[in-house]
Design a binder for this molecule. Structure first.
Ligand code: GTP
Length: 244
């Protein structure tokens, strides 16, 4: 169903109970991604950094917002390298591109080069967010998805889709099969921050919200099976032209 996808994995997925890196969890994520790779899907990945540092928490301790955000961007680079290592162990060729130049560790982000990697069957991990403070890694995911001409953003979460209210707290919470961007914004459903959602809405890029813990979910979505919730425009049609 999807030929080129952008998968957003939050840092929490990579972290153990006490934060830091949980290598077992990372290899489980890598396994799911390798299943999608076997379908010849072109895969871009944006990783978060919340397992190592959370900007909001640092702010509470008096760290400047901008500084905290840069620290968070560095954390995503650590996660990207860990994920690259796990993916390559499974035979998935991978390139890491960083929005903040650190040539000794990773390639710099170059859109045309990223697309060439994808065309050659390499999975590309985009690290360091957008390279700017005040932008979340969800916004980075929307931006990169647009830049590489992805068919969909696959937003991995801990729940199996978008609910009318928090399913952990409200037993009456109802799961949507699909929902519009506007409804997500109006109802204040916290899938991604509003900047990220607006960017997708303005460019008609669908967002698939799904549970990464569900076995084989990434593969199932790419095969067009009914998993998660699709966030889309009113008519559901894509008008976006693919970037070359
Ligand atoms: P093609 O040119 O399409 O063959 O791509 P390629 O990535 O295989 O070739 P390239 O010579 O660009 O890169 C070879 C290896 O070096 C890859 O693992 C890249 O990720 C890595 N690499 C390329 N540029 C940089 C860089 O600026 N910094 C770091 N750290 N690694 C780089």
């Amino acid at each position: 169903m999807y030929k080129r996808v952008l998968i957003k994995v939050s840092g929490e997925v990579f972290g153990g109970k006490n934060g830091g890196l949980d290598y077992e969890a990372i290899s489980k994520v890598a396994k799911q991604i390798s299943e999608a790779y076997e379908l010849s899907t072109q895969i871009g990945i944006v990783v978060g950094g919340g397992n190592i540092i959370r900007g909001i928490d640092s702010e509470k301790f008096g760290v400047l917002r901008t500084t905290a955000d840069y620290m968070g961007m560095l954390a995503t680079v650590i996660n990207a390298l860990a994920l690259q290592n796990s993916l390559e162990k499974l035979g998935v060729p991978t390139r890491v591109q960083s929005a903040i130049e650190m040539k000794e560790l990773a390639e710099p982000y170059i859109r045309r080069k990223a697309i060439r990697h994808l065309e050659k069957g390499r999975t590309v991990i985009f690290a360091a967010g957008t390279g700017n403070p005040y932008f979340t890694t969800d916004t980075a995911a929307s931006l990169r998805a647009m830049e590489i001409g992805a068919d969909v953003i696959m937003k991995a979460t801990k729940v199996d889709g978008v609910y009318s209210s928090d399913p952990m707290k409200d037993p009456k919470a109802r799961k949507y099969d699909s929902i519009t961007y506007l409804d997500v914004l109006k109802k204040g459903l916290s899938i991604m921050d509003s900047t990220a959602i607006s960017l997708c809405m303005d460019n008609n890029l669908p967002i698939m919200v799904f549970n990464l813990k569900g076995k084989g979910n990434i593969r199932k979505i790419i095969e067009g099976k009914k998993v998660g919730t699709l966030v889309r425009g009113n008519n559901g049609a894509r008008t976006k032209k693919k970037n070359k």
